[in-house]
Ligand binder design. Structure first.
Ligand SMILES: Nc1nc2c(ncn2[C@@H]2O[C@H](COP(=O)(O)OP(=O)(O)O)[C@@H](O)[C@H]2O)c(=O)[nH]1
Ligand code: SF4
Ligand SMILES: [Mg+2]
Length: 404
């Protein structure tokens, strides 16, 4: 079976001061020695991220970070990376050395967790080094804390159980891609262009996930190229939805009779992983962009060779043509966001297929905080093709579920 991609896993990050036992905890939870454990401070330099099964919860991504409170010079760049991880994680573990607890450092980190809306578990590590009475005193003060020792496997199992419980209760859960939008036995046509951007001999991950979900929810799914679409429409008695790649929106919209609902993979993914309403609202700002406005094209990762020209060439050209304005475009890719977001009038983000839901939501709320409208590639392409209302219709039907 295909492994759950990192971007679909809930992310759990381990934080704390250097030498507090973070890497030891990471290895113990993971069940293998991956991170380097050392008596010397600052051994873990870059965050380590590993996919694992947390039984019985399911697939997660576990992250070991470099310590905070490091007084060496390289420490500061490590601290930036550690803080950068906060924008991606769903749950934090704060590792505090029981024999050297720094309450101030814990409270400072707690502020960061609050800022990024992250629930956390306080873990007192190395509890084998602490006399029973002393431990009791700490337990009285921090009732929810967990005590671990890598020398006592049962304590690690207890922590894993607590992680599972916290994750179960998280509000951030991925919606299905399609399963909650259509009834069982509905029929959906999926249009996949085999242009030069399509990888040889296979489908891309969101397409595979889509088909798998149709099977899970017992939705009938027919996969066609755009050249087969007309024939497929004639052959089928009933079509409940057509889902297309947004690159061929215009063509599919022309072929498809009005009464058949249409949407795109990117809109389905935007709803699953982000805030579709906010992205739709963002696209409408195209109407009010002033002459000389600055637009940021932001990509979630730097390995987007297959669709490089969409963000760098196609969408900017379409926007210029649509608005008739002289606009300035900047391009940015990577895990962080640039610090000068305020300088922009509009941010157009990629689909974020390599980002987890928390990372996307953090990016959207950063845009909101600085007051810059944000939309994404799929939504803006629908808007520019004049078919956004048609493509968002399917999300507006109130099915008594998360979206109305
Ligand atoms: N006795 C004891 N030592 C531990 C435990 N966990 C970590 N250590 C030791 O604490 C030191 C720092 O551990 P490490 O995991 O590298 O800390 P990090 O800098 O926070 O990643 C190492 O010498 C570990 O062997 C524990 O549960 N019990
Ligand atoms: S959509 Fe964004 S995150 Fe996905 S491959 Fe392209 S640039 Fe990377
Ligand atoms: Mg370490």
């Amino acid at each position: 079976m295909q492994k759950t991609p990192i971007s679909s896993r809930l992310h759990v990050g381990i934080f704390g001061k250097t030498n507090s036992g973070k890497s030891s905890l990471f290895n113990a939870i993971f069940g293998q020695d991956i991170a380097i454990v050392s008596r010397h401070k600052g051994t873990t330099t870059d965050p380590i991220i590993k996919a694992m099964e947390l039984n019985p919860f399911g697939p997660i991504a576990l992250i070991d970070t470099a310590g905070l409170g490091d007084d060496t010079i390289i420490g500061s760049s490590r601290i930036r990376k550690t803080i950068g991880i906060l924008s991606r994680i769903d749950l934090a573990i704060y590792a505090a050395d029981i024999s050297d607890f720094d309450k101030g450092a814990y409270l400072r980190m707690l502020k960061e967790f609050k800022k990024y809306k992250i629930d956390h578990i306080l873990v007192f590590t190395k509890s084998d080094l602490c006399p029973r009475e002393e431990r009791q005193g700490i337990q009285d003060l921090y009732e929810d804390a967990i005590f671990t020792s890598v020398k006592q496997p049962a304590s690690i199992e207890g922590l894993k159980e607590e992680i599972g419980k916290k994750l179960e209760n998280l509000e951030i859960k991925d919606l299905p891609i399609i399963g909650d939008l259509l009834d069982q036995s509905s029929t959906v046509i999926m249009v996949v262009p085999l242009d030069e951007a399509a990888p040889k001999g296979r489908l891309i991950l969101p397409q595979v996930q889509f088909i798998r979900e149709c099977l899970d929810y017992e939705i009938n799914c027919l996969v066609v190229r755009e050249t087969q679409l007309e024939g497929a429409i004639k052959d089928l008695n009933k079509i409940d939805l057509v889902v297309t790649d947004s690159q061929i929106f215009g063509e599919v919209d022309r072929i498809l009779p009005r009464e058949i609902p249409l949407t795109s993979f990117s809109m389905l993914l935007a709803r699953q992983k982000g805030d579709l309403d906010k992205l739709i609202e963002g696209a409408s700002y195209l109407e009010t962009l002033p002459q000389g406005a600055k637009v940021l094209m932001a990509e979630g990762c730097s390995h987007s060779h297959t669709h490089e020209d969409i963000g760098r060439v196609k969408i900017p050209n379409l926007i210029k043509e649509y608005t008739g304005k002289n606009l300035e475009f900047d391009f940015y890719s990577g895990h962080d966001f640039p610090s000068n977001l305020k300088d922009y009038d509009l941010i157009v983000h990629c689909g974020g297929c390599m980002l987890n839901k928390k990372a996307i939501l953090t990016r959207l709320s950063i845009c909101e905080e600085v007051g810059v409208p944000v939309t994404n590639y799929g939504v803006i392409l629908a808007y520019l093709n004049g078919i956004l209302p048609r493509c968002s219709q399917i999300f507006k039907q109130d099915r008594g579920l998360a979206y109305d």
